[in-house]
Design a protein around this ligand. Structure first.
Ligand code: ACO
Length: 326
């Protein structure tokens, strides 16, 4: 049976660090409040010269190098992002150009913090169907450019990053075992970026009303995130007849340590089974999972045959999981 296997991982974090203490000088907040409520201690901020495609290209090069795959061998290039360089064309097309992945078809997926999981699902299905031999899947965001730096409710939570994986066909026993995706559009207003799109075209008034920036009702998001991430993890385990205790690693979307702890507790996971790096990077939306997967991989945490469960939740609302035998 044809399966899709991850043969290379890569990530890129901008150099500039913004600590909680730095934020204390910008808004009415404290290191203590941010750490206790979110677990975040610092986050990365892209340089003025860097846009999302720059971060994506750096992460992609590392993943391609690990896989031993040349850019021209990629058939499908997909980027999960909500902070593309431009409204269009797709950031994936810019990345294709920069990498020289000239034989690929390239597209973006917009599913907020679930963007990488949705993108990975599409690559897996392309590969398993035989339509595509090799795919490059990227999650990349420069969220600091859509932050309202006067809103302490949101600006302390997010950061910039990119992560990438190479997906190839294999007929062995390892690879992606299943993917599970869900959306509920009735929650769209709890987490979104109001402008400037066709609902709120560009206007001076819009800038005054700060509509180009991310808006969120944090405590409502929190509750649905915990419930949905738990359910979609259980769905993946049940679909494959696997118990939570069999997982080597659970890699959840890194939004907030309290969300991660609540989900891990409900699933009955041990501390050593849950990968956490939210303290270093904050919430980088579509980039959190591929960055975490790359860190776990390069730290030698994943051995052949290990079971790894990816689990994301984000604006839309969208959520999903991917179960992998490494
Ligand atoms: N510093 C100090 N005080 C703050 C800050 C801050 N940065 N932000 C909010 N507060 C204040 C609020 O104004 C409020 O004050 P008030 O009681 O005087 O009105 C108080 O802290 C409590 O606010 P709440 O919103 O109730 O705080 P809560 O405990 O819910 O924590 C948080 C807020 C951290 C945003 C939490 O709701 C959360 O993590 N939600 C999940 C949101 C999330 O992660 N979204 C990311 C996208 S979705 C995803 O990735 C899963």
């Amino acid at each position: 049976m044809l399966r899709a296997r991850i043969t290379g991982t890569g990530s890129y974090l901008p150099k500039k660090i913004l600590s909680n203490h730095d934020l204390e000088k910008m808004v009415d907040t404290s290191d203590e409040w941010i750490t206790t409520r979110t677990g975040i201690r610092e986050r990365r901020v892209a340089a003025d010269s860097e846009a999302t495609s720059d971060l994506a290209v750096n992460a992609a090069r590392r993943a391609l190098e690990m896989a031993g795959v040349a850019p021209e061998e990629i058939d499908y290039l997909v980027v999960g992002t909500i902070t593309g360089d431009f409204p269009w064309p797709a950031t994936a097309c810019l990345v294709q150009d920069r990498l020289g992945a000239k034989n690929a078809f390239a597209v973006d997926v917009s599913a907020a913090c679930s963007g990488f999981i949705y993108a990975l699902d599409s690559a897996v299905k392309q590969v398993v169907s035989g339509a595509v031999g090799k795919a490059l899947v990227i999650g990349a965001e420069v969220l600091t450019r859509i932050m309202d730096w006067t809103d302490r409710n949101t600006c302390v939570l997010f950061g910039d990053a990119a992560g990438a994986v190479v997906v190839e066909a294999t007929d062995g026993g390892s690879g992606v075992l299943s993917t599970h995706l869900h959306s509920d559009g009735s929650y769209w207003e709890l987490l979104y970026q109001p402008g400037f799109g066709t609902r709120h075209p560009v206007s001076e008034q819009g800038i005054k009303e700060r509509i180009p920036f991310l808006r969120m009702q944090g405590n409502e998001v929190f509750k649905v995130a915990v419930r949905s991430m738990t359910e979609v993890a259980e769905e993946a385990l049940a679909a494959n007849g696997i118990k939570a205790g069999d997982l080597r690693l659970f890699i959840p979307h890194q939004a907030n340590i309290r969300i991660l702890d609540a989900v891990a507790k409900r699933l009955g996971l041990g501390e050593d089974q849950v990968f956490v790096n939210v303290h270093k990077y904050g919430n980088t939306s579509g980039a959190t999972i591929p960055v975490a997967l790359d860190e776990a991989n390069r730290q030698g945490m994943l051995k052949e045959g290990d079971l790894v469960l990816l689990d994301a939740f984000g604006g839309g609302f969208t959520w999903g999981s991917v179960l992998i035998r490494w």
